[in-house]
Design a protein around this ligand. Structure first.
Ligand SMILES: NC(=O)c1ccc[n+]([C@@H]2O[C@H](COP(=O)([O-])OP(=O)(O)OC[C@H]3O[C@@H](n4cnc5c(N)ncnc54)[C@H](OP(=O)(O)O)[C@@H]3O)[C@@H](O)[C@H]2O)c1
Length: 317
């Protein structure tokens, strides 16, 4: 029986590593899929759920039989689970559906990946922490404040019990190339900024500290982890990756206003928490466990934002 990080005998660069990106239609999954697909060492299969399209396999991860059939058909050496319900408000309102994906599907994939000898990476969140004692190392004590964080933590526990050699990568607020403005919490308030006026300013949170992290950078981190898998090195346990710039949503709003030529005096800083769903204050993730191994890429926020907005503009043109 091979361990998670052993490659099948016929590989070791004799053939490409077969990687399945589950949730390849999402904000992060798209970038992971693109990063791996342009690298000749990987043979990538991506899955989608509602946004099926040419080049992606349709798969409902809450259907265990369908997941079994997927593994039988594609026999991945490695699987990156990027599918989730990541909207905290939706997790509060429809907990069963969120649980089926953020906990149930993690367990299903973990169990089947283990049986197939596939290395597994599951994406989690900084929201497993309560935000009162940043920065957080991977071994810090979680204490989620909302249903999303609790579900993701439960998913981590399911993974650890069913597939102890698997890996978790916790991430903070993501932004990156967009299919829609509301795909990222770093851009979802653009319509409110555009609609703001002196009479009706946009009130934006200036309390919680966030570390916006570019999906393109995370995709590089995941590719680098997979390179270690190819080299037969152990890649397991919990790791963190984070952008390096501390920003509130108000800071992000000012950056957006500057780039989009909107009047910043129409944006008001909200200095106390006002979200319906409780959110942590500062969950800065200490990324040292990856940096020590030379893993990582950080694009400055100003450059990342420019690329994202250019991409949006091209969609409009
Ligand atoms: N976005 C953030 O700011 C953020 C921050 C920290 C951590 N994370 C974590 O990062 C990971 C990726 O998040 P994201 O922002 O890329 O999410 P996303 O854009 O909402 O994408 C979610 C993905 O899950 C797929 N999916 C939904 N229901 C499914 C089902 N029943 N079966 C199979 N696939 C299903 C979606 O497919 P369709 O679109 O085709 O339906 C999509 O590919 C998640 O684990 C999330 O918790 C995200």
């Amino acid at each position: 029986m091979s361990s998670r990080t052993d490659l099948p005998e016929e590989s070791g660069f004799a053939r490409r590593l077969r990687v399945a990106v589950l949730g390849a239609s999402g904000l992060l999954g798209r970038e992971v899929f693109t990063e791996l697909a342009q690298d000749g060492r990987f043979d990538v299969t991506g899955t989608a759920f509602s946004r099926t399209r040419a080049g992606l396999v349709s798969l409902d991860l809450t259907d265990a039989d369908a997941v079994e059939q997927f593994f039988d058909a594609y026999r991945p050496d490695a699987v990156v689970l990027a599918a989730a319900e990541r909207r905290p408000d939706v997790c509060e309102k429809t907990p069963e559906r969120a649980h089926a994906l953020n906990v149930g599907a993690v367990g299903t994939v973990a169990r089947i990946a283990r049986r197939h000898g596939s290395w597994m990476l599951s994406i989690s969140t900084d929201y497993v922490f309560d935000g009162s004692a940043a920065p957080y190392r991977p071994d810090a004590q979680p204490n989620p404040l909302n249903a999303y964080g609790r579900g993701k933590l439960e998913g981590e526990h399911a993974l650890a019990s069913l597939n102890p050699d698997a890996c978790v990568l916790r991430l903070p607020l993501l932004y990156g190339p967009l299919e829609a403005i509301d795909e990222s919490a770093a851009t979802s308030f653009i319509p409110a900024l555009r609609a703001a006026s002196a009479a009706q300013p946009a009130v934006i949170d200036d309390w919680a500290i966030r570390y916006p992290t570019l999906t393109t950078d995370v995709a590089v981190v995941i590719r680098q982890l997979l390179e270690r898998v190819i080299d037969g090195m152990p890649v397991r346990g919990i790791h963190h990756w984070s952008g390096g710039e501390a920003m509130t949503k108000y800071d992000i709003a000012l950056a957006l206003a500057s780039r989009l030529s909107l009047d910043p005096t129409h944006i008001i800083a909200q200095s106390t928490p006002a979200d319906a769903t409780p959110r942590p204050y500062d969950c800065h993730l200490d990324s040292a466990s990856l940096e020590l191994h030379g893993i990582g890429q950080r694009t400055p926020f100003a450059i990342g934002l420019e690329r994202v907005l250019e991409g949006l503009q091209q969609q409009v043109d």
